[in-house]
Write a protein that binds this ligand. Structure first.
Ligand SMILES: Cc1cc2nc3c(=O)[nH]c(=O)nc-3n(C[C@H](O)[C@H](O)[C@H](O)COP(=O)(O)OP(=O)(O)OC[C@H]3O[C@@H](n4cnc5c(N)ncnc54)[C@H](O)[C@@H]3O)c2cc1C
Length: 391
């Protein structure tokens, strides 16, 4: 018979949201258990592009809401954590790029007018030229304007590994989750028959949260999935590039990030408009051909002749939104002991943790120093899409 466990905070879902929250809580002296049904970070987190947005991309839409200010602070908070003097010690996590760039090919200036007028980017965007250009754009044939945004790009697999190290003995591989009720109220969860009691239960299971809520007999908060069809290229001719390439509209036409593969080659990971609606409708071969054509036009000097290609279909899980506006805040809903949410962006994991911690403080939840945890079965690490698809 598996043991009964008591903990302060029981978290379900070990993507960046659950792992970050877990590490913050442990640092504050809380006991935690973090349950993962598949692999650490293997949901959306290791499939993300790793950009620590400061809100600049969203400023392309024109007016920014007050809420966007939360995201504006994220690059600073991550930078401090990476330097070892922030809310978490993330020293050793690889910073792939100190900056993300905004690149407007040719003469598209219209959408940049509102962009530069917005508060989120004022004073934080510099035009770069010549040797300051990202290596992939340093060619005499390159035409267009490039701006440096104060947004970092991090190596997400390394981040997940570091957060897993900070999780100590609290990680638990578990599949079957049922409510543990006391007097008709939620007192914890049964995880693979193991009873775990907690002062608070947090669901941060990304796309899995809807099914978990159903298992707990709840229908709120409602979730939405936004499908994406990302493109991956790996090859010796690729050079580092971290940039949103602007098209005529308010969304980046292509967002390129560059990641190190285990065999030492660079991988280009392509998202943005190309991976959204029309891209989702394309078959993989068609999606690859579209990307090849776009890159051939935008960057004809980059040798893609020996590159290997793949595509990845992945959904972004978010709280249900009215209209088409995108969330630029973490989201958290509360129902008694249960807290449920989505960070909505990797970059906003600190904001998600803030919201949970604020709720604990408001309710006077204190570390209770329960008995040490037994040896728990551990979930494996998530593997990046390029190692799986282009090993
Ligand atoms: C292609 C793509 C690119 C992106 N790029 C960026 C970017 O550049 N910058 C940025 O800020 N954001 C980006 N995002 C968004 C970002 O990846 C997500 O907002 C973030 O990773 C969500 O983290 P999470 O922890 O909530 O979810 P996830 O990473 O999906 O983690 C949820 C975890 O819960 C587990 N789980 C599910 N069900 C259960 C269950 N029943 N029991 C136990 N565990 C369960 C899953 O296995 C998973 O490990 C991108 C997203 C995608 C899809």
């Amino acid at each position: 018979m598996p043991s009964v466990i008591s903990t302060d905070v029981l978290i379900v879902g070990a993507g960046v949201a659950g792992l970050w929250l877990n590490a913050r809580l442990r640092r504050q002296g809380f006991s935690t258990v973090l349950v993962e049904s598949a692999s650490l970070g293997g949901g959306q987190s290791v499939k993300s592009q790793g950009i620590i947005h400061g809100g600049a991309k969203y400023a392309l839409h024109g007016a920014l809401t007050g809420a966007s200010e939360a995201i504006a602070d994220m690059p600073r908070r991550w930078r401090e954590a990476l330097a070892g003097d922030g809310e978490l010690d993330l020293t050793g996590v690889r910073l792939l790029s100190e900056a993300h760039y905004l690149w407007s090919p040719g003469t598209i200036a219209g959408n940049l007018t509102s962009f530069f007028a917005s508060k989120a980017v004022r004073g934080r965007v510099d035009q770069v030229k010549g040797e300051q250009l990202p290596p992939a754009l340093q060619d005499k044939r390159f035409k267009g304007k490039v701006y440096r945004l104060a947004e970092l790009v991090i190596d997400v697999p390394g981040l997940i590994q570091r957060l897993a190290d900070l999780a100590g003995d609290g990680l638990l591989a578990g599949q079957n989750i049922e409510p543990l009720l006391e007097g008709g109220k939620l007192a914890g969860l049964k995880v693979d028959e193991r009873e775990i009691r907690a002062q608070r239960i947090v669901l941060s299971a990304g796309a899995g949260t809807a099914a978990l809520l159903e298992a707990l007999g709840l229908s709120q908060p409602a979730m939405q999935s936004r499908p994406l069809h990302m493109i991956i290229a790996k090859g010796p001719g690729l050079k580092p590039l971290y940039a949103h390439c602007l098209g005529g509209g308010t969304k980046p036409r292509i967002t390129v990030t560059t990641h190190p593969a285990a065999d030492g080659q660079w991988v280009w990971y392509l998202g943005g408009d190309i991976a959204e609606a029309e891209g989702v409708a394309r078959e993989p071969a068609e999606q690859i051909a579209t990307a090849q054509k776009e890159l051939g036009q935008l960057l004809p000097w980059i040798d893609l002749s020996t590159a290997q290609w793949a595509t990845l279909r992945v959904d972004r899980a978010e709280p249900l939104q009215s209209g088409l506006t995108r969330p630029d805040n973490a989201f958290l809903a509360e129902e008694g002991r249960l807290l449920v949410g989505w960070p909505t962006k990797l970059a906003l994991a600190p904001d998600f943790a803030d919201r949970v911690i604020a709720s604990l403080q408001r309710d006077g939840i204190q570390p209770s120093h329960p008995a040490p945890l037994p040896d728990l079965p551990k979930p494996p690490m998530g593997v990046s899409a390029w190692e799986q698809l282009l090993p």
